[in-house]
Write a protein that binds this ligand. Structure first.
Ligand SMILES: *[C@@H]1O[C@H](CO)[C@@H](O)[C@H](O)[C@H]1NC(C)=O
Ligand SMILES: *[C@@H]1O[C@H](CO)[C@@H](O)[C@H](O)[C@H]1NC(C)=O
Length: 381
């Protein structure tokens, strides 16, 4: 018997679709002529001596490097966490000096993460060119010397600001990734914390006088390589199987199986134990819907089945005995639930009383309506 299902109601889980919307389409690069001039003037004046060691102050940067706030505000996630940054930590012991200086931004030494070199950039008074005036701004830049002009690097960023009161890190991140490229080398948040909040020592960001700590996680998320697709079919051309057992009283064995029948892409049998098994042994007829023994399960595969299993009343069709099945079938070694039904489908005394209508002329009619069967596809196979 060949049975096809005509429609599939898909309840899809665990298939994650990642849509990489272009971050660059949401951002825009602008030159701010006024700021540019201001910076140029500052630079042409007397320049401060660079701090010796691993750090250096850098100059102007004209890019808009945070996302357009209106578009992505709902994608920004802020919170507190215990664990320190995983990629880089930048501690500062004289932040106020920096705040009061004309330094626009502080850039860390390069650090290596996720196969690239990066720097962490802090704008103590905010990146004015990126709508960050009055806020602390945090960014990372990628070292583009090893990038080819058409290469894009899709990155998850999480920035940290230590809060001493909470003894936790304030974190800010975006649910979407950031697209770094040869030409777009800096991304981050222009409005991390208002400078006024940050500066107020009772808020815990500036502590022990003048100390603070920033950090960042730079991770390049990989796209899943394995997945599964779960679906449930519930429309079948033929969903009913009827098994007429003649000469019931001559069945002396323990277990009898119907012919195999196929619904929802699986082969099934009805199993009957005329004298009962398990709790029904000796007092009831047991009946089950079982997956055919030749059905193959993948490791961990489960099949959801909804079905009505019934004994047909041959005198009055309104008096059928019916069990609703709503069960998961498992393969050998993963639960071994390859059949579901009832140990005590009908008591032997009711069965043998032919006036009840279940055993008439030594004939028994078992029937199943399969209502839904799930299937799971695994990738790779
Ligand atoms: C990172 O920087 C180091 C030191 O400058 C350099 O040797 C290395 O090649 C860089 N790596 C990448 C991936 O750019
Ligand atoms: C990235 O490459 C461009 C083009 O060569 C260059 O102008 C720019 O300075 C580089 N950016 C950084 C942050 O090094």
């Amino acid at each position: 018997m060949t049975i096809r299902y005509t429609n599939t109601v898909s309840a899809v889980y665990l298939l994650v679709c990642l849509f990489f919307t272009s971050a660059s389409s949401r951002s825009f690069i602008r030159q701010y002529t006024d700021d540019f001039n201001t910076n140029m003037q500052q630079e042409s004046g007397e320049r401060a001596n660079p701090i010796q060691g691993e750090v250096h102050y850098l100059h102007k940067h004209q890019e808009i490097s945070s996302r357009n706030n209106e578009l992505s505000a709902s994608n920004t996630v802020k919170g507190l966490r215990d664990r320190p940054p995983s990629s880089y930590s930048l501690k500062m012991e004289s932040f106020n000096t920096l705040l009061k200086s004309t330094t626009e931004r502080y850039e860390s030494r390069p650090f290596s993460a996720a196969g690239y070199n990066w720097t962490l950039v802090v704008y103590p008074n905010g990146n004015k060119n990126d709508n960050g005036a009055g806020f602390l701004s945090l960014y990372v830049t990628i070292d583009n010397s090893t990038l080819s002009p058409h290469q894009e690097v899709y990155v998850d960023l999480r920035f940290y600001v230590f809060n001493r009161n909470e003894k936790k890190y304030f974190t800010i991140q975006d649910t979407d990734g950031w697209r770094f490229s040869f030409f777009k080398t800096m991304w981050g948040f222009s409005q991390v914390i208002p400078v006024s909040t940050f500066k107020e020592s009772r808020n815990g960001y500036l502590y022990d006088g003048d100390h603070c700590e920033f950090g960042v996680d730079v991770t390049i998320p990989s796209v899943f390589q394995t997945s599964e697709l779960f679906s449930v079919a519930d429309k079948f051309q033929i969903s009913r199987f009827t098994w007429t057992i003649r000469g019931f009283s001559t069945l002396l064995g323990d277990t009898y199986y119907s012919d195999v029948f196929s619904v929802g892409g699986r082969n099934w049998n009805i199993q009957v134990n005329p004298s009962g098994r398990a709790s029904g042994e000796g007092k009831a007829l047991s009946m089950y819907l079982i997956l055919n023994a030749n059905e193959k399960f993948r490791p961990y595969e489960k099949i959801y089945v909804r079905a009505k299993l019934r004994l047909v009343n041959q005198r009055n069709r309104f008096n059928n005995i019916e069990r609703q099945l709503d069960n998961w079938f498992n393969g050998p070694g993963y639960g071994d639930a390859f059949g579901w039904g009832s140990h005590e489908f009908i008591s032997l005394s009711d069965l043998k009383d032919s006036s009840k209508g279940f055993l008439v002329n030594d004939m028994l009619v078992a029937q199943v309506d399969i209502e839904a069967v799930s299937s799971t596809k695994y990738f790779p196979n």
